[in-house]
Design a binder for this molecule. Structure first.
Ligand SMILES: NC(=O)c1ccc[n+]([C@@H]2O[C@H](COP(=O)([O-])OP(=O)(O)OC[C@H]3O[C@@H](n4cnc5c(N)ncnc54)[C@H](O)[C@@H]3O)[C@@H](O)[C@H]2O)c1
Ligand SMILES: O=C(O)C(=O)C[C@]1(C(=O)O)C=C[C@@H](O)C=C1
Length: 369
């Protein structure tokens, strides 16, 4: 497949998608535009795009595919401007915004009577890092990629978009925009609010006693990593998903009141059951086949903090031809040991890998941490 692709917004997500399309379809021409000229030039230098566009409304005229990957409030503005372009041929326009209801609703009126097919999208993977320097072609590998096509859109167009995006190696699923915002509100947007709030709480305590920032390791780092995300991007997401988030605040306040009362009563049985039911659902996530969280077969390895340990482990796995889909150091401990999380494509690979590591090393392995 080849053709002309325009990516508007060359940050983490736009850059990653551009790189994955180029890797799959080398003869396609990827144009890129960013309000920050230096981002666009950097994307060209990094080989993420072929050509810098200086005016996306002019470049858009001859495109086969346009990907809008700017913050969600900007997305509506960019789509509105695109709706004024006279396209010389049929074009698919998609966005990657973390919210869908308002964007999709808005676009429906914009592109009703034109040769534009607009399909809302949201790749459910990312990072707390921003900018094209953090972009990578494999960012979405094994992650869910949600599409929200309107009922009036032909299946052939949806398939065409998936074909363009197949290099992401993501798993495509279709959701209604409102369902998307409700579910993603609970598993992504609200957790970002909680993470930031936990950091605020620790910061206040740190003003009284600065030992807090030194001790804040382990679980605290794990649960608050996403508090390092782009503040403006998250402000936009909150504004666009306000209604669902307000409902989640109500549920959360009730949840906090309930657990607080259990603690006040000193009801040990109920406290155990509070953690038990959460553990049971959380432990089940990694083996679930469906849902908004991708299923991974994870293996955790307790590793000493010295150079070469990761290549040692991946070397043993490579020798036995066990492929891994992801590898990450979990910041659970900051002193001697760290936990390495290695993800596999199947349970069979995970079992083989555990056996392999146990055979070659004395590092402890776990299926859950
Ligand atoms: N970061 C994540 O984890 C993640 C994951 C999935 C989806 N998303 C969504 O992807 C979109 C982009 O996020 P990101 O993480 O790539 O952000 P980013 O900050 O890395 O990149 C956004 C880029 O858009 C540019 N930009 C802003 N307004 C623009 C405009 N009007 N025209 C052209 N360029 C403009 C910025 O200069 C920046 O380079 C957002 O809508 C976000 O909700 C983010
Ligand atoms: O991994 C992270 O840092 C993310 O926050 C990624 C994350 C998420 O909440 O899961 C953030 C926003 C997106 O819209 C999709 C993915």
């Amino acid at each position: 497949m080849d053709g002309n692709v325009l990516v508007i917004g060359l940050g983490l997500i736009g850059g990653s998608i551009a790189a994955s399309i180029k890797a799959t379809y080398p003869s396609s021409v990827i144009f890129g535009f960013d309000v920050k000229e230096e981002q666009a030039n950097l994307a060209k230098t990094l080989g993420v795009i072929d050509k810098v566009s200086n005016d996306y409304l002019v470049t858009a005229e001859k495109m086969d595919l346009i990907i809008v990957s700017v913050p969600v409030l900007q997305t509506k503005e960019v789509l509105q401007r695109l709706s004024k372009v006279s396209f010389s041929k049929e074009v698919i326009i998609t966005d990657v915004g973390s919210t869908k209801e308002k964007i999709v609703q808005f676009s429906k009126q914009l592109f009703e009577a034109s040769n534009v097919t607009y399909i809302g999208g949201h790749p459910m993977a990312g990072s707390h890092k921003s900018g094209v320097v953090a972009a990578k072609a494999h960012l979405f590998e094994n992650a869910f990629y949600i599409l929200t096509p309107d009922d009036s859109i032909g299946e052939d167009k949806v398939q065409l978009l998936k074909q363009w995006l197949q290099g992401t190696r993501a798993k495509f699923i279709t959701l209604q925009p409102s369902e998307h915002d409700k579910v993603v509100g609970a598993i992504s947007h609200f957790p970002h609010i909680i993470a930031a709030s936990l950091v605020h709480q620790a910061e206040v305590l740190n003003e009284e006693n600065n030992i807090v920032s030194n001790l804040a390791a382990g679980g605290f780092r794990d649960i608050t990593r996403i508090a390092s995300s782009n503040p403006v991007m998250w402000k936009d997401i909150l504004i666009q998903n306000k209604e669902h988030l307000l409902q989640l605040f109500n549920n959360w306040e009730k949840e906090m009141t309930d657990i607080k009362e259990k603690l006040l009563r000193g009801d040990e049985e109920e406290l155990v059951s509070f953690f038990e039911s959460a553990k049971s659902f959380r432990d089940g996530l990694s083996v679930k086949q469906k849902g908004a969280i991708p299923s991974f077969y994870d293996l955790y390895v307790d590793i000493p903090d010295h150079p070469g340990v990761i290549s040692e482990i991946t070397g043993y796995l490579a020798k036995e031809k066990i492929s891994i889909t992801n590898i990450r150091i979990i910041e659970t401990r900051t002193d001697i040991y760290g936990a390495l999380r290695i993800s596999f494509q199947s349970e069979e690979d995970r079992v083989k890998a555990q056996r392999c590591i146990q055979q070659h090393t004395s590092y402890e392995t776990y299926l859950n941490v």
